[in-house]
Design a protein around this ligand. Structure first.
Ligand SMILES: [Fe+2]
Ligand SMILES: [Fe+2]
Length: 322
């Protein structure tokens, strides 16, 4: 086993942190009325701002090297919500240490939703020094931190009332395939960030990723070491089988929820990723919000299975040379 330094990655999802208290009725003359009524009825009581504030305090204690936020920062994707979420992102950390992808709530209504999302550009964009051919909407994005490649995807699309589906599209899937191959060839640990769960059956049909099967096909061909998602609002664990082994697919619940009825309580995960002589080591610590202590506390720590690295011999050689 090598003594290589581990990289810690916090995974946060679905904070739904914005307030709709000052909304105008003229902003609700579409699908947003349905979302607003849902917020009035339950969401404003279960997504708690004090938990989001407590998260910031906990992150000051745990001090991860990087934070990934997998979408649904807003409720209705209104301009004022984008502004509020941007302030929150700035409090979370500098853009070099925080990577964001959008969720379906960012694209709640209207074709021009991505123009508003550009307010978050420093947190969405790829590393500029990589000189990737820039797509109009940033995705797939690539950020490399040490031995870890963070590949961000956008599944957010406006959907009809009662639907919360997502889609990647052919162009993004082709870009993902290229990035997975390139970063795999470089011997990097590839973490794919996606809002909608890609494995069929993880969420209800009306919330599904419509081209999840094509996403799984790409990963079966190119491999990846870890897939992180949100959207389900409950912790989920599944995997994608490949010839190199199982890729863990892990969903974080909402990081702001306190719902005694459904028993959904805020959590986030911290991954320790470390290169060894033979492969990688990945562990996950679950940190959950304690209503009695009013802070996040460690709940569980587990070692994750790691697919056989495509270039394990290369990794071994690099470590020997170091
Ligand atoms: Fe959500
Ligand atoms: Fe979602």
């Amino acid at each position: 086993m090598s003594g290589s330094k581990s990289f810690s990655l916090a995974h946060i999802s679905d904070p739904h942190l914005t307030s709709l208290s000052n909304i105008k009725i003229s902003q609700l003359l579409n699908k947003r009325m349905q979302g607003y009524l849902s917020w009035l009825r339950k969401r404003r009581f279960i997504h708690r701002r004090e938990i989001v504030d407590s998260l910031l305090e906990d992150l000051h204690l745990t001090r991860p090297d990087h934070i990934a936020v997998t979408g649904d920062l807003t409720h209705l994707g209104l301009p004022m919500e984008y502004v509020e979420a941007r302030h929150w992102l700035d409090s979370l950390g500098p853009p070099e240490q925080v990577t964001v992808i959008p969720g379906n709530h960012e694209a709640y209504w209207g074709r021009n939703w991505f123009e508003k999302c550009s307010m978050w550009e420093p947190y969405l964009q790829s590393d500029t020094h990589l000189n990737l051919s820039r797509t109009a909407d940033f995705f797939p994005s690539l950020r490399i931190r040490g031995e870890v490649a963070l590949i961000g995807l956008c599944t957010a699309i406006p959907s009809l009332p009662c639907l919360a589906t997502g889609s990647l599209g052919q162009e993004q899937l082709a870009g993902l395939e290229t990035l997975l191959q390139q970063t795999g060839n470089q011997g990097l640990l590839r973490v794919v960030l996606i809002h909608h769960p890609p494995v069929e059956g993880t969420v209800k049909w009306r919330k599904r990723l419509t081209d999840g099967r094509l996403f799984v096909d790409v990963l079966e061909r190119c491999g990846a070491e870890l897939v992180l998602h949100g959207h389900a609002h409950i912790p989920t664990f599944s995997n994608i089988e490949t010839s190199a082994g199982s890729i863990p697919v892990i969903g974080a619940p909402s990081v702001s929820e306190l719902n005694h009825r459904s028993k959904n309580y805020a959590k986030y995960n911290i991954y320790q990723l470390r290169k060894t002589a033979a492969n990688w080591e990945m562990t996950m610590q679950i940190r959950g919000y304690s209503a009695t202590k009013q802070c996040f506390i460690p709940e569980k720590e587990v070692a994750l299975p790691v697919p056989l690295a495509p270039h394990a011999e290369l990794i071994s050689g690099l470590l020997r040379d170091a």
